[in-house]
Design a protein around this ligand. Sequence first.
Ligand code: UDX
Length: 449
Amino acid sequence: MSKVSIFGLGRVGLITAVCLADRGIEVAGFDVDEKKMAQIARGEAPFYEPQLEEMLKKSLKTKKFTVSDNPVQVIGKTDTTMIAVGTPVDRFGHLNLTFVEEAAKLVGKAIGKKKDGYHLVVVRSTILPGTTLSTVRRTLEKASGKKCGEDFGLCMSPEFLKEGTAITDTLKPDRVIVGAYDQKSAAHLEKIYREFYGENPPPIVTTSLSTAELIKYASNAFLAAKISFINEIANICEDVESADVLDVARGIGLDKRIGSQFLRPGLGYGGSCLPKDLRALLRFAKDADLDAPLLVGVGKVNDTRPVRATKLLEKSLGDLKGRNIAILGLAFKPETDDLREAVSIKIVKRLLRKGASVKVHDPVVEKQFREIFGDRIYYSNSAVDCVKNTEGAIIVTEWNEYTHLKPKDFTQHMKKPIVIDGRRALNDPEWNNQTTVQLIRIGAPSKDR
Ligand code: UDX
């Protein structure tokens, strides 16, 4: 069995570590954040992800997963090192490679000290096409004093983990990408994946390093495009007398060439990956003097989604100044406590700018929202408390507990029951043909308004 070290124990690194350990591969982990490492060593997951904590505890107990603050020791014990550090992107799309370079330096130094044996370095971080071949390879060679392709190998193998299903996504991926510097590197990583996936491996696509990097960006850009596409169709449905975007999505999604996933209409995509990866790809294209009108459009459509929510409210309620508005759902999607690039932040900012009073509720997120908005808004401890005395409510995240809300949950408590269902979340049968709430559903027929 292979022995793998992982640099960077964030979402990707830690999840990869416990999954590899679960399948019997020995894993040694390192992170520059000592507090996080201590927490992990105690068996506490530093972020929420279903199954993670129990798998972490198990892997520590069986000693298949160990952590150490000594990179040389961590690498010395293994024949493969995965780099899974963060690659933040600023709002202009500039990628910050500091963490990748620092990690490559540490890994390079440790490889330099290794007396014998071939070592494979695998980049899992999302970086722009060409970066592994240029920056990472050069940094590793300089820090180790060794030569890529002779003394060590180099691969780029992007991850496609979704928050909330990251463990299953790792254990049962649709495909695995092996971008490789040379054949020896590819063969080494393919062997690890075969050990990991056993009898029923997913399709393994072996490519060049830069193609692998681009596959990651192209995947996320395509997913973002599907979402923006269905949101644009939702806008059209809203202007047609009896067209419903959910039926359109179903009707087109059953065509295998289109596929039914990622066609849920809503208030736009958020999270730690889709917005940032699209921005970085657009910046990459711009810097290369390439036109990318389709990708520009994907981002533009997404930027209009939060505006759409407040506009729909204004259409029914008029001026929002002095109005009490409820926001149901803050997390960027259900089943996560993540607020990164969440649409809720943009909507609340807009409402405040328009002079509205805002009440918010989310089943798990509150602390991080308080850090942004402090006491400028009111934090409710239940959906019903949130809509109390308000004149408009917007469902921003389709949490399970909102899907069960009935018309009376709004009529009994709101001053004026106007509800924008921004995620088509309300699905109790009582909503059919009710007239007590003015319900405005994204992408639903205009006759409903
Ligand atoms: C995404 C990619 O799916 C994953 O492959 C990549 O590695 C990381 O980024 P994640 O950010 O966890 O994963 O969430 P995802 O489930 O993709 O949702 C992203 C955003 O799109 C959310 O805000 C979600 O609400 C929105 N979305 C998703 C829609 O609006 N409609 C859809 O049909 C699907």
